[in-house]
Design a protein around this ligand. Structure first.
Ligand code: RI2
Length: 320
């Protein structure tokens, strides 16, 4: 799919979920590289950066998006010839898509070991990585039951219950505000992540932090399933993750909102769960405590503090 269509679909959430957004973006870059008619390397670079910027501007929170784009664009920046740059886009985009899928499978394998036979699990939103763990545990023959939240305002819980139903997993569908009423019955909370900061805070769908708080109070473990490309390198520099505020019409019909001049509707799409409420982050490189976030950023994303010294931006560093 071309860059404009992909960007539109990511913005409207027709393509959604941090991992899927990242894969769609690199596929769009690969498609763009095939279509661009550049006379030389510098023209090609310019065109590719223009495309990358359009994709980067779609949704601000899921760090998988800039991380994936960086993997492809650093190949463009390092290439010595036009042919090398074109080849770099092809191989890096395909490599990212492949490793992303492998990462989810590996997370499923590792995460499922943390789900005991007979467990009741709460999940929130619709995370490919979290659901992969749950489905893998079910396929191992474990008798599990899931509670899935509705996830206002976009109702991603509907996607989750369809997937769980198709997998033949006993599932309960609850409104978001019912979490604390049921949390005492849970053995585990399993969610995904859109971003993980250097101090191990998990940025995920709005409501995750309330669930984590309820789980903490009820002494229920909170497990986050997240590929290493969900870790946010630039938080090493103190950069904050921007929380996306979406159209208020997702929350309240405009005609009602307009009739209430003293009411402001807010629609943040994500929140922060501090590391102290997260027991484990399951990555494709293994299950880690959230405090190990810096190690993941350095060892597996290849970003240490030194990488930033000559760097002006994630999409034009020329660094791997
Ligand atoms: P995977 C989603 O965001 C949810 O917050 C979900 O937990 C997260 O991405 C991770 O999803 P949105 O796109 O990458 O629904 O695990 O706003 O699929």
């Amino acid at each position: 799919m071309n860059v404009a269509d992909t960007a539109e679909k990511i913005k409207s959430m027709e393509i959604r979920g941090a991992g899927r957004i990242a894969r769609a973006a690199v596929e769009a870059l690969a498609c763009h590289a095939e279509q661009v008619r550049a006379a030389d390397l510098s023209g090609f670079r310019k065109e590719m950066h223009r495309a990358a910027d359009i994709l980067l501007a779609t949704r601000p929170t899921a760090v998988s998006l800039p991380n994936a784009i960086h993997i492809v664009m650093s190949g463009v920046d390092r290439a010595g010839t036009l042919a090398e740059a074109q080849e770099a886009v092809r191989t890096r985009a395909a490599g990212f898509a492949e490793s992303s899928k492998n990462a989810v499978n590996r997370i499923a394998e590792i995460g499922s070991r943390h789900i005991p036979d007979g467990a009741t699990i709460l999940t929130h939103c619709n995370s490919e990585a979290a659901l992969a763990c749950i489905i893998a545990a079910h396929r191992q023959g474990k008798d599990i039951e899931v509670f899935a939240t509705e996830v206002r305002p976009r109702n991603q819980g509907l996607l989750t219950i369809r997937t769980l139903n198709d997998a033949g997993i006993k599932t309960n569908f609850i409104v978001d505000s019912a979490v604390r009423s049921f949390i005492g019955r849970m053995d585990l909370v399993v969610t995904g992540a859109d971003a993980i900061t250097v101090n191990g805070a998990v940025v995920n769908k709005i409501g995750t932090s309330q669930i984590a708080l309820a789980a903490h109070e009820a002494r229920v473990n909170m497990v986050v399933a997240a590929e290493t490309y969900k870790f946010a390198p630039r938080t090493i520099l103190g950069e904050l993750i921007e929380i996306e505020e979406r159209d208020t019409a997702e929350v309240l019909a405009p005609e009602i909102a307009e009739s209430l001049p003293h009411v402001t509707v807010r629609n943040p799409a994500f929140d922060f769960t501090p590391a102290e409420y997260v027991d484990l982050i399951v990555t494709e490189e293994g299950a880690i405590p959230p405090e190990m976030a810096y190690i993941i950023i350095r060892e597996y994303l290849g970003w240490g503090i030194s990488e930033f010294h000559n760097s002006s931006g994630i999409n034009n560093t020329g660094e791997d």
